[in-house]
Design a protein around this ligand. Structure first.
Ligand SMILES: Nc1ncnc2c1ncn2[C@@H]1O[C@H](COP(=O)(O)OP(=O)(O)O)[C@@H](O)[C@H]1O
Ligand SMILES: [Mg+2]
Length: 262
């Protein structure tokens, strides 16, 4: 029986998407996309540039509304939800945006604590404590008073992850977390994301076109192509896919990687 010993945390569905369609004018980006994300797992969504990966993420948090289809978060339909109820669902998510999206005029600790200050649920001392804890977790203790401009791209990404964690979300979405980072830094970020799932039991969804990264961190890999998920499975299953589009995507990535390697 599949059980705790195999590291299967639960069979709860964090997100279910059925027949999702999205148009931007005459650009039919999502074309009947189906996808299920299990809670407590790390799922990588891969695919070429412009295939709708970021658009899909934005639908999951309710930042974009679909033209057709259904999106359930922990069993609750969000496509026809708004106001307070949508806010409650959104609180269960945090998103790490592609460019880190830090406020340059605020210090690192202010950036990490910003969401908590806005929520007004904790007193200052408690916020400082959470900020310190999360900065320690991402290996940036001691950088509290620095400004984003003083940090490398990889460090900024870690601040963005600390900020997401400060909100104590159940699901964390990462949009291209390793893009623009050197290979060593990319591996650090991947390790950090894997730890979030393994140690903190978070559900992680990682959108990436970096297959190395996907193979490193994901329990489950899905490939988006022409608006649908055309292949999904464990990294091993994905690597052995007989689908020519998947094979081509993986081999093209390998070739590009080989060219870039020192
Ligand atoms: N807000 C928007 N308005 C119009 N078109 C958009 C918008 N967001 C994304 N698109 C289009 O949707 C397609 C998918 O974009 P995106 O999800 O950003 O791709 P990627 O897979 O690279 O993340 C692209 O053709 C893009 O131009
Ligand atoms: Mg994108």
């Amino acid at each position: 029986m599949a059980g705790i010993n195999q590291g299967v945390i639960s069979n709860n569905k964090a997100i279910e998407i059925y027949q999702l369609h999205k148009w931007f004018r005459d650009n039919h980006v999502l074309r009947g996309l189906d996808l299920t994300i299990q809670a407590g797992t790390a799922t990588a969504i891969v695919g070429g540039s412009g295939t709708g990966k970021s658009v899909l993420l934005k639908h999951m948090v309710g930042l974009l509304k679909p033209d057709a289809g259904s999106i359930l978060v922990f069993g609750q339909e969000i496509t026809n939800t708004s106001g307070r109820k949508l806010e409650d669902i959104r609180r269960r998510f945090a998103m790490v945006f592609q460019g880190s999206a830090l406020l340059n005029s605020l210090t690192i600790e202010e950036n990490v604590g910003l969401g908590l200050v806005e929520q007004r649920r904790l007193i200052r001392q408690q916020i400082e404590e959470v900020v310190r804890e999360k900065l320690t977790l991402v290996g940036l203790r001691g950088k509290e008073k620095q400004l984003p401009g003083e940090l490398s791209g990889g460090m900024k990404k870690r601040v963005a992850i600390a900020r997401a964690l400060a909100m104590d979300p159940e699901i964390i979405l990462f949009d291209e977390p390793t893009t623009g980072l050197d290979p060593v830094m990319a591996e650090h970020i991947d390790t950090l994301i894997a730890d979030l799932k393994n140690k903190l039991r978070k559900t992680a969804i990682i959108v990436t076109h970096d297959m190395d990264s996907a193979f490193r961190i994901a329990d489950h890999i899905c490939m988006i192509y022409e608006g649908r998920i055309i292949e999904e499975g464990t990294p091993a299953e994905f690597r052995n896919s007989q689908n020519p589009i998947v094979e081509q995507f993986i081999s093209r990535f390998k070739r590009q990687g080989a060219v870039k390697a020192p």
